[in-house]
Design a protein around this ligand. Structure first.
Ligand SMILES: Nc1ncnc2c1ncn2[C@@H]1O[C@H](COP(=O)(O)OP(=O)(O)OP(=O)(O)O)[C@@H](O)[C@H]1O
Length: 244
């Protein structure tokens, strides 16, 4: 399923007035592709992720996950869609200290009441290269390994949208590259529509598209559009899902 943000404006209360964090932003992320969002501090990257995650309600505009317009759902329906279709990877892997890597994934799966969670959790840990460390607790893992558990956990309910916020900020260059490679591979294998917010321009070559944010707007200079075309030639890009 694809993710589409259509003409999104988001404001926050700001003293007497309102601060515009997102200013008529549009973004289309086909299934199986990764779009990287870069931009200076305060430009609206986290706000964009919050809207895409349906955690923040925009003042105007639509968020579509596949063909579903999330603004038309009730809060309860939106919570179900979020749990089933949207995986979120935060900057700091906020893992529960007392649980093993395997249990971190199982807890997420159980919340959704789905079966065979344990099998899927084991398979995912193997996919992120942690099969041997499934029974370790967070303090027994390195920062990069913790971030890989965090990514596996976001995927346990097989979401179609993957939202990733600064996954490499706490990692050195080499570990950051490993995590980025993993995200790209999972995006292709699991056909997720992935949005990656990053300050780190080192790995942008892996993304199918790069969008620059500035003052709440997305800029797509001609050079970037040309870059996108070059990135998406060949069959790396999956067919877009239905976006109504
Ligand atoms: N809850 C809030 N209430 C009021 N203003 C907010 C709130 N959250 C963010 N803002 C403001 O909205 C704008 C966009 O913030 P946002 O966090 O989306 O930027 P960002 O690009 O993610 O920044 P950073 O790279 O520093 O994380 C900023 O001017 C910020 O001060």
């Amino acid at each position: 399923m694809s993710l589409t943000l259509d003409d999104i404006t988001l404001t926050y209360p700001d003293g007497e007035g309102r601060l515009t964090a997102l200013d008529r932003v549009g973004l289309d992320v086909p299934a199986g592709t990764m779009t990287a969002i870069v931009g200076p501090s305060g430009s609206g990257k986290s706000s964009l992720l919050a809207v895409a995650a349906t955690l923040a309600t925009p003042d105007r505009g639509r968020v579509l996950v596949g063909g579903t317009e999330t603004g038309t759902l009730s809060p309860a329906e939106r919570a179900v869609l979020r749990r089933r279709e949207i995986g979120i990877v935060f900057q700091q892997p906020n893992l529960l200290p007392s649980l093993t890597a395997l249990e971190q994934l199982q807890v997420m799966g159980h919340l959704d009441g789905r079966r065979q969670v344990a099998d899927r959790a084991r398979e995912l840990l193997a996919t992120v290269g942690l099969a041997e460390l499934a029974h370790r607790r967070p303090h027994q893992l390195s920062g990069g390994q913790r971030q890989r558990v965090n990514i596996a956990r976001a995927l346990v309910n097989e979401p179609s949208v993957l939202l990733v916020d600064e996954p490499t900020s706490a990692l050195d260059h080499e570990r950051g590259a490993t995590v980025l490679d993993l995200l790209v591979r999972l995006t292709r294998e699991r056909a997720t529509a992935t949005v990656l917010v990053t300050h780190d321009r080192a790995h942008l070559g892996e993304a199918d598209a790069v969008r620059e944010m500035r003052d709440g707007r997305i800029e797509t200079p001609a050079r970037q559009a040309a870059d996108d075309r070059r990135r998406t030639t060949g069959d790396r890009r999956a067919a877009p899902g239905v976006t109504a």
